[in-house]
Design a protein around this ligand. Structure first.
Ligand SMILES: Nc1nc2c(c(=O)[nH]1)N[C@H]1C(S)=C(S)[C@@H](COP(=O)(O)O)O[C@H]1N2
Ligand SMILES: [Mo]
Length: 406
């Protein structure tokens, strides 16, 4: 056992925590073994490709209650960026293998100059790079269905990730082909076996949609749509069509499978919610969370992620007393629009059982609802957009489980 650990436990177990820490620093040093002389240890030689420390083995979880998905290990990440090899995946018929030299994107329909762009052509246009989250609208189903307490942040909400995306604004391509008057929607179609297709209002192209070919400083990963995908920042994952091969402009939506039988939600009043593009503000505490155990009472930093499809996160409030009182968490820079934002909150745990929760508010004033509030407007038949407040139950023995609600 680490002697530092023992002395810390013994000292902090005493009455005066602050004094304990001061004593720990001094006596701790005397007890710690001097580390081996590093000049005597041969280091690894240079390599042409880096890899993670063998002590770190973060992994996506394939499945985990979701179909055709692998989930980001949110609890293993720091900051806001998701390493590309841990970005969640969701696809309906596998990852196609596309030769970048044969890749083509056709833009046609209500345009003056129907055009086929190859990858080189796309890369010749002025590029933009932006950090944005991407989230599947089915994310958080376990939280909404409220089934079991032994779920990690990865299993609760692992269908969200943040990357720096590089590409050409769709507005640039639309100016190039000349959008005809009266065009209001476009179809985005993927080149995978699912031929996933979504209708997108043209306003999103004039706003911030892009054809992305870069992810965190390198070409897209195959799982993320290599060599190019549509990115519609802040909008539900399924509208960010990967392996994009065709865009057709029209004066109406196309009513594809993905916006009729799927990605449409029945509401309690018998109507359906369709084209629910925007991802509402949401937050998730990633520490402390199942399966960690807090080894002792005292000061802990609660940390997590907040995001909104409408813009920037304005504030995150944290409650450590079953939701009775809330206090603002610190937002860690950078706080970017439509991007994961890291929040931190210092908490002195007194050792009693309690629920720890976070509530995000975005710059439009929209605040994350409770499960009861969300259920009231969406009912129980819904299968998408679960942004209700999540809770972690910290028990007296320091174990943490997902806080199920009645
Ligand atoms: N062509 C194509 N695009 C697609 C999909 C797909 O199956 N095929 N899945 C969609 C869904 S449901 C989601 S949530 C996101 C997931 O993007 P990611 O795998 O890069 O995280 O891609 C969307 N784009
Ligand atoms: Mo999705």
């Amino acid at each position: 056992m680490d002697p530092m650990r023992i002395s810390r436990r013994r000292l902090l177990g005493g009455a005066a925590g602050a004094v304990g820490v001061a004593v720990l620093r001094r006596t701790g040093l005397a007890q710690v073994e001097v580390p081996p002389d590093p000049t005597k240890l041969p280091g690894r030689p240079l390599s042409d490709l880096g890899e993670r420390s063998p002590f770190q083995r973060p992994r996506r979880v394939v499945g985990g209650g979701y179909q055709g998905a692998s989930l980001t290990p949110l609890q293993d990440l720091c900051g806001i960026v998701t390493p590309a090899d841990l970005h969640y995946e969701r696809h309906h018929a596998g990852v196609p293998s596309i030769d970048p030299h044969r890749y083509k994107l056709l833009i046609h329909g209500m345009v003056d100059r129907p055009t086929v762009f190859d990858l080189e052509a796309l890369r010749r246009f002025p590029a933009v790079s932006r950090l944005h989250f991407l989230e599947c609208s089915g994310n958080g189903g376990p939280a909404y269905r409220n089934l079991r307490p032994d779920v990690s942040p990865q299993l609760v909400d692992g269908l969200t990730s943040t990357s720096e995306w590089t590409g050409v604004p769709l507005a640039t391509l639309f100016r190039e082909v000349g959008v005809q008057a009266g065009a209001t929607w476009f179809l985005a179609e993927g080149g995978d076996a699912a031929v996933l297709a979504r209708s997108i209002p043209i306003a999103k192209a004039w706003d911030d949609a892009m054809i992305a070919y870069g992810q965190n400083g390198e070409p897209l990963r195959p799982e993320q749509g290599y060599p190019a995908r549509l990115l519609v920042p802040g909008w539900e994952g399924s509208s960010n069509v990967k392996w994009i091969r065709r865009i057709e402009l029209a004066d109406r939506p196309f009513m594809t499978r993905e916006e009729t039988s799927k990605y449409t939600d029945p509401l309690p009043d018998g109507t359906a919610r369709q084209f629910s593009f925007v991802m509402d503000a949401k937050s998730l505490i990633t520490f402390p969370a199942y399966p960690v155990t807090l080894p002792e009472r005292g000061w802990w930093e609660v940390s997590g992620l907040a995001w909104s499809g409408r813009g920037r996160i304005a504030r995150v409030d944290v409650s450590t007393d079953d939701g009775n009182t809330w206090a603002p968490a610190e937002l860690q820079e950078p706080v970017l629009p439509k991007c994961h934002t890291r929040f931190r909150f210092l908490w002195r745990w007194d050792g009693a059982e309690t629920l720890v929760m976070s509530r995000a508010t975005d710059e439009t004033g929209y605040a994350q609802p409770t499960l009861a509030e969300l259920r009231q407007v969406r009912g129980r038949g819904t299968t998408y957009h679960f942004n209700n407040i999540r809770a972690w139950r910290v028990r007296r023995d320091g174990t943490v489980i997902f806080g199920l609600e009645e």
